[in-house]
Design a protein around this ligand. Structure first.
Ligand code: FE
Ligand code: FE
Length: 169
């Protein structure tokens, strides 16, 4: 499809993030399963539920626009998810894997924050107030998730991964 207007780009990017979110509903359960820290496991499980809701929110956006909810292969998210998978397949200590899962999840959140921030702004500029509001809600959730991951890393996981090293010395 030729992209001739900002509206066309907006729809194209919506399809991208819709596909990205769908990928995450498959990746997050694997990340939860591989996490050793209960807190981290729980945060992945919570974010899975949020992600399912974010997909519904995107479906509302498509509905508002009067177009079918359809994804377009998101290679960016595929790459981030695959890098996370590689870590899970490595010979890796539990606490170090937890740290790696957080790093990977934060890359995911930053991708999403960039996408939703852009989409929200386009929606505002094109006068789609209701859509901008829906996108803002998701943007806020992604930001909160990112901050929570930072907290878990800094308060718990990173230290465990450091003392792991000391045990081996
Ligand atoms: Fe999301
Ligand atoms: Fe997210």
């Amino acid at each position: 499809m030729a992209l001739k207007t900002l509206h066309d780009l907006f729809v194209d990017e919506l399809k991208d993030i819709y596909h990205a979110e769908k990928q995450l509903t498959r990746a997050l359960p694997k990340m939860a399963k591989n996490a050793s820290s209960d807190k981290l496991k729980k945060s992945f499980e919570t974010h899975l539920k949020e992600t399912e809701n974010q997909i519904k929110r995107l479906e509302q956006v498509f509905e508002e626009l009067g177009i079918p909810a359809k994804g377009k292969r998101c290679v960016g998210m595929e790459g981030i998810v695959n890098e996370g998978k590689e870590k899970m397949e490595e010979d890796i200590e539990d606490a170090v894997l937890d740290a790696a899962l957080i790093a990977s999840a934060q890359k995911v959140e930053h991708y999403e924050i960039a996408s939703y921030g852009t989409l929200r702004t386009y929606a505002e500029e094109m006068g789609h107030r209701k859509i901008a509001d829906l996108l803002q809600q998701t943007l806020d959730e992604e930001s909160k998730t990112n901050e929570m991951l930072t907290r878990i890393a800094e308060e718990e996981i990173n230290f465990e991964a450091i003392s792991q090293e000391k045990e081996e010395e």
